[in-house]
Design a binder for this molecule. Structure first.
Ligand SMILES: [Zn+2]
Length: 173
């Protein structure tokens, strides 16, 4: 990252600048020219504000529910058995996953070094707080694997969204 003062960034009309000095949370990363705030801290804070309940609290609820839900356990066991014996289905899933990863790699290769770093850091941040990185517009629906189409979401959100899209597709048939 090129070192540039906030004043210079303002003069050049850049929305971000990097002084080489880490923020109080140790991010040696860009700050917003408008307010001098660390980009990573801002991403994380805005995300945390969106989440009313803490992730840990939800995880505890989930654990409690899953202990009660024996019918679901049975269903999962049937599903696992079916999955392990259905090689054709598994191969199809693996191929779809490989295609998705290939698309991510292709999109990523086209990004600028700055954007690549932003993607890397988003994934790192999500990993650190136990969240997922979600494509706002799914890549299957033409969304790109690029910073502007990525957001950090809770695992629950990701599953809900996945289910919603699935239902949406079902309705379209
Ligand atoms: Zn920071």
């Amino acid at each position: 990252m090129e070192i540039i003062s906030r004043k210079e960034a303002l003069e050049q009309g850049l929305n971000r600048y990097f002084t080489g000095i880490s923020c109080s949370h140790g991010h040696a990363y860009y700050r917003y020219t408008s307010n001098g705030a660390c980009v990573l801290c801002t991403i994380r804070d805005s995300h945390r504000n969106q989440q009313k309940e803490s992730y840990k609290e939800k995880a505890r609820d989930r654990a409690k529910r899953s202990q009660k839900a024996t019918p679901r356990d049975k269903k999962n066991a049937i599903w696992r058995k079916c999955y392990s014996t259905n090689t054709e289905y598994r191969a199809r899933k693996a191929a779809a996953s490989a295609r998705r990863k290939q698309k991510y790699r292709e999109d990523y290769a086209k990004l600028s070094p700055h954007e690549k770093l932003e993607v890397d850091i988003l994934y790192e941040e999500a990993y650190l707080i136990g969240y997922h990185v979600d494509h706002i517009i799914p890549t299957s629906a033409g969304g790109k694997h690029e910073p502007s189409n990525l957001q950090i979401v809770s695992p629950e959100y990701n599953m809900r969204k996945g289910a919603k899209l699935f239902n949406y597709k079902e309705r379209q048939v």
